[in-house]
Design a protein around this ligand. Sequence first.
Ligand code: UDX
Ligand code: ADP
Length: 463
Amino acid sequence: MKIKNICCIGAGYVGGPTMAVIAQKCPGIKVTVVDLNEARIAAWNDKDVNNIPIYEPGLNEIVGNVRGKNLFFSTDVDKAIDEADLIFISVNTPTKTYGTGKGMAADLKHIELCARQIAKVAKNNKVIVEKSTLPVRTAEALKSILDNTGNGVQFQILSNPEFLAEGTAVEDLLSPDRVLIGGETTPEGQEAIKSLVEVYANWVPRERILTTNVWSSELSKLVANAFLAQRVSSINAISELCEKTEANVSEVARAIGMDSRIGPKFLKASVGFGGSCFQKDILNLVYISKAFGLNEVADYWEQVIIMNDHQKRRFSKNIVQTLYNTVSGKKITFLGWAFKKDTNDTRESAAIYVADDLINEQAKIALFDPKVSQTQVLSDLDYLATRKPAENEKHITSYDNPYDACKNAHAIAILTEWDEFREYDWQRIYDGMLKPAFVFDGRNLLDGEKLKAIGFNFHSIGS
Ligand code: UDX
Ligand code: ADP
């Protein structure tokens, strides 16, 4: 079966960039991305490609090239499902906030709604591809809904987890380390796998396209993220030890990273990892392990999250202690709110938790992030439900330039490693601050020696 028409349900951080790259690399395939969120679709269709709803380096160019040719964004979900040979499900799967598995299991209600809608609309055989990160065995649930509620048409379910990292999504999609496709071992399953392999083979070398059974594919995604997050928590654990000794965590990371068995990546100590995947995927892993009675396995992975929470809390505690045990009424400036540089995504960003702690201590937070709006910041804090929205509004203010944000501040905290922070005129910032002027670098981004020479009281992670 040759794929000519693809539909992707969910125009988010995964669906949008992935489909843009597929459209660019497969001019013979019509790709339609649909979403219930009208504002989001309108933004994807904005005449000015700089206004698309997701900031990713290089993405606007690709969208500009293919939109209206073979890439379309629409809210007409039924029509796109009906026309497609292959449907990617790329909707959000947040951690459950209610009922059984609250705070741990993935909430699959959006996935189930998609399955029911596909079953209702489909009039011919289709390949359904899980793109969202999902707990292991979701494909089974999808299959059960599709086979029991559909119009008698055949569905093949594939798992094709996305490994792109935000901020480098386009690069990761254009030259992925690997593409993983899991499917059933039946002849129909193998046929479906082949059809998706052909799509990727338009630009990905064959030897990088791995095919497995569905369960291995689903589990590999969780495990890849768990291993990466574990490295960050491991180095963060060592950062605390370094602070108590004369060791420097960056030097330790460099020394161990040169061991080719360990490798240098994901060894950067930080204020804690964020993003929509790491925590959610580990919680999923913990949840399924517990469900199978594997308590030691569950505890082992849960420790990665415990360490990460500790690292965030430790950072805010250190700010309070250093500022003479009180930040009440003090202006503390956050540089950065996104969970990493080069993205406007703030999900699970460490900044949210550090801000929440400092607001509990009655600090006045000033904020500058090159890509994040005040509305987003408030919505992130309100989501924690620690206090009333009006209270959050009183305690945090976004600025549209860093110098105003830092003016008259007692301290600056670096929460995201945006490159531009390095280039600021730090003397000018110092001159405008209250003295002693403190900098807490949660990303080990700035040149500490230079800042100390200016007069800053400089604190970094792990030294
Ligand atoms: C991650 C996986 O990398 C990607 O393969 C998967 O598809 C989705 O989840 P993402 O969350 O976008 O991608 O970003 P990533 O670069 O992995 O960073 C996650 C968090 O870890 C960020 O908050 C980042 O700042 C932090 N991090 C990363 C560190 O603190 N130190 C490091 O050395 C690396
Ligand atoms: P991700 O990072 O996984 O891409 P996002 O939250 O950025 O997650 O995007 C998921 C998108 O899926 C959202 O824009 C949301 O509106 C959309 N969505 C959720 N459920 C449905 C549905 N049943 N039909 C269409 N779109 C949906």
